[in-house]
Design a protein around this ligand. Structure first.
Ligand code: NAD
Ligand code: WQD
Length: 337
């Protein structure tokens, strides 16, 4: 495994993973249509790592563009981050989500097959579990997404399973991320949402830096210790390292395997507010509003399988997630332009 195609490599998780790949001496080619990212992210990736990468501004749906990239490079594996990821938007615009994520992935897989690239790490999501029957959630739990975004993830997982049946030389690692948060410890790179953030931590950070007046907490009447929702937040640098562990695993073959990437520990919204206040030294004004439609009370991972088979474990705790997010947010209040 030497040369890796990273789709969506200009995005939040893709850019942080690309840093880790470059530091580990992989050759990296990034494909991104920049629909939710900036080329500045890739400039920073190169500054932080001290290494160069190749970048193609291209869309997954553009088959001729994909073919010319596969013609120009001999890839050992693909890490496939590219996709749309806003749950609410996926409910409003399901066709756009299915087309971009599923048709885009099909186009990619078809070009991979044509060029005999048969190793892939895919960004799946804990959202494939929907509302789990019990926590912690392991990889054997029922798969029942509750929104189109989640369905795109499950469909792509299934396509890769079927592809392995058709051609056993295909190997795929399906990484089911829990709640990625934080930023690169340098403060130079992090999440830079366009418009109002959908997720808790970027929203909290924008309130702390004064871009938004207050946080709305979506319900405090859940069946949880303090009534607010509980999630498994994982530092994006730990998550990035999980992809390198997945590449090492792919080298051994193994067909299609799914792994949870989480810490195994859940924190409530109120705990996150307190931790972020401590890290930033800022008070976070908030008010409690109605539950957000589709939200669940509690979700956190059983990460045992990733520990056992990938030799990977999250190392960074809540304080580091908040301190690193705050370093990035306070240095670049407007994110990447
Ligand atoms: P992101 O939006 O920052 O990155 C995705 C990148 O893909 C963006 O740079 C975007 O421009 C690009 N892209 C989208 N559609 C494309 C297309 N058709 N062709 C080429 N490029 C395209 O998101 P992220 O948070 O870095 O997420 C990366 C992956 O991880 C996504 O697949 C997402 O669904 C998955 N994931 C994210 C989270 C999360 O909370 N951030 C959780 C679980 C899974
Ligand atoms: C966390 C908690 C909210 C915002 C989503 C996707 C999931 C995955 C990760 C991609 C919940 C509460 C939030 C706010 C709040 N993404 N909250 N006020 O919903 O666990 O997961 O992102 O795959 O698929 O569904 O993350 O950060 O949106 O919410 O009170 O302004 O914070 O109710 O309890 P979620 P989140």
């Amino acid at each position: 495994m030497k040369t890796i195609l990273v789709t969506g490599g200009a995005g939040y998780i893709g850019s942080l993973t690309t840093i880790e790949l470059l530091i580990a001496n992989y050759e990296v080619v990034v494909l991104d249509n920049l629909s939710n990212s900036s080329p500045e992210a890739l400039r920073r990736v190169q500054n932080i790592s001290g290494e160069e990468l190749a970048f193609y501004k291209a869309d997954l749906l553009d088959r001729p563009a994909l073919e010319s990239i596969f013609k120009a490079h001999k890839f050992d594996a693909v890490i496939h981050f590219a996709g749309l990821k806003a749950v609410g938007e996926s409910v409003q615009e399901p066709v756009r989500y299915y087309h971009n994520n599923v048709t885009g992935s099909l186009t990619l897989f078809s070009v991979m097959a044509e060029y005999e690239v048969r190793n892939i790490v895919f960004s799946s999501s804990a959202t494939v579990y929907g509302d789990p029957d019990s926590v912690p959630v392991n990889e054997e739990a029922s798969l029942r997404p509750t929104n189109p975004y989640g369905w795109t993830k499950l469909m792509i997982e299934q396509i890769l399973r079927d592809q392995h049946v058709a051609d056993p030389d295909w190997n795929a690692i399906l990484l089911r991320y829990f709640n990625p948060v934080g930023a690169h410890p340098s403060g130079e790179l992090g999440e830079s949402p366009r418009g109002a953030p959908n997720n808790l931590m970027p929203y909290l950070a924008q309130v702390a830096v004064g871009r938004r007046p207050n946080l709305q907490i979506y319900g405090n009447d859940y069946d949880t210790p303090d009534g607010t929702g509980v999630r498994d937040y994982i530092h994006v640098s730990d998550l990035a390292k999980g992809h390198l562990a997945a590449l090492r695993r792919l080298k051994q073959g193994g067909g299609v395997e799914a792994f949870n990437l989480g810490t195994g520990r859940g924190y409530s919204v109120m705990e996150m507010v307190k931790a972020f206040e401590k890290a930033s030294g800022k008070e976070i004004p908030y008010n409690v509003v109605a539950r957000r439609s589709g939200d669940i009370a509690t979700s956190f991972a059983d990460p045992t399988k990733a520990h056992r088979d990938l030799n990977w474990e999250a190392e960074k705790g809540l304080d580091e997630m908040c301190v690193d997010l705050w370093r990035w947010q306070s240095k670049y209040p407007e994110g990447l332009q």
